[in-house]
Design a binder for this molecule. Structure first.
Ligand code: IMP
Length: 221
């Protein structure tokens, strides 16, 4: 019988990446919000109201952990651009508009705003990093956080069709590609989310015996 762990995100892109990053974690069943029977609520975005990725990730993990009763992992992530004093940061998702009609339009508008804000800033000064904080909330009340970053440059035009969000503009100098030009495995190997969630995976593996004893097993349901 396998213990269950909730991956609390409404983003299909994030969910796909996290599932791939944690694919070796076979002693745990990773379930999503739909699988856990947690319906979307209109005021959910108010959970992430804080000014740090860490506080937002912890708030999301606690919220969905309480709703589901399961060990719950949530991530808060975004892009930090040095020449813009850290913008868009924790506002990455709604940088251009709080009311984009769909996620694809939101990404397009966000990228346009980022390019417009950077204007003709020279490439060498367009340094940026993606940040991801993953928070694991355990049913007993404990919360653990895991951080990952990825360094890059913001190009003046989009390249590539993979990934999501700011990936077509985010250029990884070592790889010589934007994140949108990489395969999913190449992105996960270098990304902020890959780094943070591999640390989650190591922690869960170390806690394996404790998790196997916790009351989320199929036989206890
Ligand atoms: P969150 O859902 O509040 O964590 O916001 C995440 C937002 O940050 C996304 O909507 C994107 O705009 C941006 N972001 C985070 N991670 C990535 C990534 O891996 N690629 C591209 N954009 C990302």
């Amino acid at each position: 019988m396998v213990p269950r762990c909730l991956i609390a995100t409404r983003s299909p892109h994030k969910l796909g990446e996290i599932r791939q990053i944690l694919a070796d974690l076979t002693f745990i069943e990773l379930i999503d919000l739909q699988g856990a029977g947690v319906p979307e609520e209109p005021q959910e975005h108010e959970i992430e109201k804080f000014d740090t990725f860490e506080e937002n990730a912890v708030a999301k993990a606690r919220h969905f952990g309480a709703k589901s009763g399961l060990p719950t992992i949530a991530d808060d992530s975004g892009l930090v651009v040095d020449a813009l004093a850290g913008e868009p940061g924790v506002r990455s998702k709604r940088y251009a508009s709080a009311q984009a009609p769909d996620p694809e339009s939101a990404d397009r508008l966000n990228n346009e705003r980022l390019l417009q804000r950077l204007g003709d800033t020279p490439l060498a000064q367009r340094t940026a990093r993606y940040v991801c904080v993953a928070a694991l909330a355990l049913p007993g009340g404990g919360v653990h956080t895991f951080h990952g970053t990825a360094e890059g440059l913001i190009l003046g035009h989009a390249r590539g069709t993979g990934g999501f969000g700011y990936d077509p503009l985010f250029y990884d100098q070592r790889a010589g590609m934007t994140f949108a030009e990489m395969t999913p495995a190449e992105k996960n190997a270098r990304s902020h989310r890959g780094r943070a969630f591999r640390a989650v995976g190591r922690f869960l593996s170390e806690q394996r015996d404790r998790l196997l004893a916790c009351p989320t097993r199929e036989s206890d349901r």
